[in-house]
Design a protein around this ligand. Structure first.
Ligand code: PFF
Length: 460
């Protein structure tokens, strides 16, 4: 992943290259979105019906866009902005499509600014778990600990800074290949630990309720905004729509079957999210907690379980280390489009781009830090009814996850479906005959229509 296209392609074997791409793309996909965000937004949006819409969005919108974005990236072979420039030029498409590249750079910049703050929480919780502060604590005490963390801007700022420093260091020094090797082992371990947590949850008296909450849809609990959140989360969790996969796809050898790879990534990613939900909701119900309590959900439920189980100190600490690793592999993918843009447009070196871009993002992240304390009553768009209660963090999350990522996905589906040259497209995607034709129908009609319908419903 550290070199660019052609020489890399010739030198590497098919298998290892496909694996390297799967690891990088799955590393970007699997992150805080799966373990932190999916459970709390599922809780906020009433459970089963939300999960169902999310799964439909993954299949109908997520996978096709994942394929399309990777194909575009591999064809272009450069950064998202340069790729869009050269492909629109080559295929005679309108210049307006280039907005896809710009949307990506701005959105990945904004998403990292708040993602890093939450990444900082996982750093804090490694320390807390290892120090045994959860042992024997009840829900109230653990909730109060989380509340105290949020209330302290300096502590949040410190850990946000440490997280950003780690990301800058990794991206700036280009040691991602080493990191990937580590992730190769750590990600399966995260999976194993999540399965262990689900088994633990099975033995609580909240399991049946937790499963019912997640899988029996009650559509009366789902709002139109909830549908938009589900769509946005499908994009967020797969890291699509903002050029990250375009950048990663540019490193992908031509022989790799993109369709099959994309399905693999989506299955892994969805599997992790569902496991996280199955681990968390039983604990929520067994402990009389509120599923819709917001971003702190996993930082309260999981420590409770760690505090009760034998070996929970080690188990808890390892769990939060793995959560941190998952967060970092996602965060480095967000910095990539920004760094590539700085390298191309400002002529900065890689290290300087990572440092400069990272510092500006760190600074913007202070807005999110303050949203949880000093600015918790600041609602910048409060004069619009829809945004009445949204803090800076809520607004950033809404802007990126519910607008820029799904709209970027829409543009990518339309571009790949209608404007991209058709020659060799079937081979590029890795589908033949009927399955290719079916896929193109989905990409050209169903995917864009699905996104458009969700937006129209939210506007009226
Ligand atoms: N997919 C990541 C997660 O689920 O945590 C978040 C993410 C990564 C969003 C990369 C956007 C992005 F460009």
């Amino acid at each position: 992943m550290t070199q660019h296209t052609q020489p890399h392609q010739a030198a590497s074997s098919l298998w290892s290259s496909r694996l390297a791409f799967i690891l990088a793309a799955a590393g970007s996909a699997v992150g805080l979105g799966n373990i932190w965000k999916f459970p709390y937004i599922t809780g906020e949006n009433g459970g089963g019906a939300f999960v169902l819409v999310y799964l439909v969005c993954i299949a109908l919108i997520g996978v096709p866009v994942l394929i399309a974005e990777t194909v575009i990236g591999r064809r272009g072979g450069q950064s998202p902005i340069a790729t869009m420039r050269s492909l629109t030029g080559r295929d005679g498409a309108a210049r307006g499509w280039r907005a896809i590249g710009w949307n990506g750079v701005v959105a990945s910049f904004l998403v990292l600014s708040f993602y890093s703050v939450i990444g900082g929480w996982s750093l804090v919780y490694i320390g807390k778990a290892a120090a045994g502060v959860f042992t024997g604590a009840d829900a109230e005490a653990i909730g109060a600990q989380f509340g105290a963390l949020l209330a302290n801007p300096w502590e949040l700022l410190l850990w946000h800074s440490v997280f950003m420093a780690l990301v800058i260091l990794i991206v700036g020094r280009g040691i991602r290949s080493g990191l990937e090797r580590a992730v190769n082992m750590l990600m399966p371990l995260l999976f194993v630990l999540l399965v262990a947590m689900v088994i633990y949850a099975m033995n609580t008296d909240g399991f049946a309720r937790g499963v019912r909450f997640m899988f029996s849809p009650d559509f009366s609990k789902l709002t139109t905004e909830g549908v938009l959140v589900a769509l946005g989360h499908a994009a967020f969790t797969l890291s699509i729509g903002i050029g990250v996969l375009m950048a990663y796809g540019s490193y992908l050898p031509t022989r790799v079957n993109i369709a099959r790879t994309a399905v693999t990534i989506a299955v892994i990613d969805t599997g992790v999210a569902l496991l996280a939900g199955l681990a968390i909701f039983p604990l929520v119900f067994a402990n009389g907690l509120e599923p819709g309590s917001g971003p702190g959900l996993i930082f309260v439920t999981l420590p409770l379980a760690f505090g009760k189980m034998s070996g929970g100190v080690l188990f808890g600490a390892v769990f939060f280390v793995l959560l941190l690793v998952a967060a970092i592999t996602s965060a480095i993918s967000m910095l990539e489009p920004v760094v590539e843009w700085l390298e191309e447009h400002k002529g900065f070196s890689r290290a300087r781009s990572a440092l400069f871009g990272g510092l500006v993002i760190w600074f913007v992240g202070i807005g999110t830090v303050l949203s949880f304390n000093l600015w918790s009553d600041v609602h910048p768009l409060g004069f619009i009814a829809f945004f009445k209660d949204k803090t800076v963090f809520d607004l950033l999350d809404f802007l990126v996850s519910s607008l820029m990522m799904p709209l970027g996905s829409l543009a990518i589906a339309l571009f790949a479906g209608w404007a991209l040259g058709r020659q060799g497209l079937a081979e590029d995607i890795g589908l033949r005959g009927l399955s290719y034709r079916l896929f193109m129908v989905v990409l050209r009609y169903l995917t864009p229509a699905g996104i458009a319908v969700v937006f129209l419903y939210n506007l009226v």
